[in-house]
Design a protein around this ligand. Structure first.
Ligand SMILES: *[C@@H]1O[C@H](CO)[C@@H](O)[C@H](O)[C@H]1NC(C)=O
Ligand SMILES: *[C@@H]1O[C@H](CO)[C@@H](O)[C@H](O)[C@H]1NC(C)=O
Ligand SMILES: *[C@@H]1O[C@H](CO)[C@@H](O)[C@H](O)[C@H]1NC(C)=O
Ligand SMILES: *[C@@H]1O[C@H](CO)[C@@H](O)[C@H](O)[C@H]1NC(C)=O
Length: 346
């Protein structure tokens, strides 16, 4: 009798012990073990992996895609872009472009990319869906039950607004006094967008800061790619300050630090400094440049003759064209962002 009691006792004790352990493990996993399995992407050409129609803009034309996959594939680079590196970090395939969702069903499980090159949070000069419309597409996809609430809970969003709103402002309006209020408007709209994506059930929202616009080749070409335009960089700085404040506020309103800024500005600057110190390569000089005033990377004349040149070693350039990093550029940005990316796991 006593032996049985003792056995039962230790049995229950063991059960209790085991269930306690298990609870601890589960609790630990809930707190620290977020392992994203899907990425949803919104924004512009810094993250687009093939959404824009082949007839528009340059991402489906040579020499785009030269390094990867070896031919034009809808990316605004010679190869991979930020989306691809984020997917690599998470350990999944790059999410399928929204445009191809009906023909690549097996790839839906990695999430979906709704980003369109040339777009902003507001309408731009390019007639592609703005970010609000991209989120509408996402909402429609959720409504069609492509993704369950559990899927969304184990997913990340990447939300890029890299400056098309501002180039549109300069082209359409351009008043200096109007610029700061416009930046405030852009960040407010971006904040609403991030909140909406989180509200749809996505667990973590990553938002890149604005790159140093005054260091993009389209800006530095006037100065033979020798120095950045500090006036334009300070506009990026103002956008980034407002974004920081907005994200701090969002995180204060939500429990689990759902919103994370990826410091693209800092990552670009760090890379320029590192690459610049070699003294052999000018990090502000793009690989692919137009010949003559009105041509750019990918331009051809009426007879199909190239109006651009491509450098001998794309892997030695940070920039690919007038606004976009090369694959090598994104790779070094990714290296700089890696420590911050660890934050998505907590
Ligand atoms: C986005 O585009 C839609 C459709 O063209 C338009 O109705 C809406 O006003 C735009 N949203 C913003 C924030 O500009
Ligand atoms: C353009 O600038 C003017 C004056 O600075 C301002 O009143 C107007 O709202 C601006 N338009 C846009 C679209 O920002
Ligand atoms: C720097 O950018 C500002 C704003 O776009 C422009 O007005 C100015 O001319 C630029 N400076 C140089 C040296 O290009
Ligand atoms: C966070 O929210 C609380 C109230 O909800 C407020 O008192 C506090 O000032 C906020 N902190 C920040 C940094 O916004």
């Amino acid at each position: 009798m006593d032996t049985i009691k003792a056995l039962l006792f230790s049995f229950f004790h063991l059960l209790f012990f085991l269930s306690g352990q298990q609870q601890q493990v589960l609790g630990h996993r809930q707190l620290y073990g977020f392992r994203p399995t899907k990425i949803f992407v919104f924004g512009d050409s810094y993250v687009d992996t093939g959404n824009i129609p082949k007839s528009v803009l340059g991402s489906w034309k040579e020499p785009y895609g030269l390094t990867f996959p070896g031919k034009p594939a809808g990316r605004f680079s010679d190869g991979r872009v930020l989306t691809d590196y984020l997917a690599r970090f998470v350990g999944i395939k790059s999410p399928i472009a929204y445009r191809w969702r009906k023909i690549a069903l097996k790839n839906l499980k990695y999430g979906m990319n709704f980003a369109f090159g040339g777009t902003g949070v507001f309408d731009t000069l390019v007639a592609n869906p703005n970010m609000t419309t991209q989120i509408d597409f996402f909402q429609q996809v959720i409504k069609e039950a492509v993704y369950s609430p559990a899927d969304l809970k184990s997913s990340l969003a990447l939300v890029s607004a890299a400056g098309n709103d501002y180039s549109t402002y300069v082209a359409v309006n351009g008043s200096a006094e109007g610029f700061q209020p416009f930046i405030t408007k852009v960040v407010n709209q971006l904040t609403l967008n991030m909140k909406r994506i989180h509200g749809l059930g996505v667990r973590k929202i990553l938002v890149p800061s604005l790159p140093p616009l005054g260091c993009l080749p389209q800006s530095t070409s006037k100065l033979s790619f020798q120095q950045c335009n500090e006036t334009e960089n300070s506009l990026s700085g103002f956008h980034n300050l407002l974004l920081q404040q907005a994200v701090a506020k969002l995180n204060n309103e939500t429990k689990d630090s759902a919103f994370v800024i990826l410091d693209l500005f800092g990552a670009f600057m760090t890379t320029f400094k590192n690459k610049g110190s070699s003294k052999t390569e000018n990090p502000l000089m793009p690989c692919c440049v137009g010949i003559g005033k009105d041509s750019s990377c990918g331009s051809v004349d009426d007879n199909g003759v190239k109006l651009y040149t491509v450098c001998a070693k794309p892997e030695a350039s940070f920039f690919w064209d007038g606004v976009h990093p090369s694959q090598e550029g994104w790779q070094s940005v990714y290296s700089a962002l890696k420590p911050k990316l660890q934050q998505i796991y907590c």
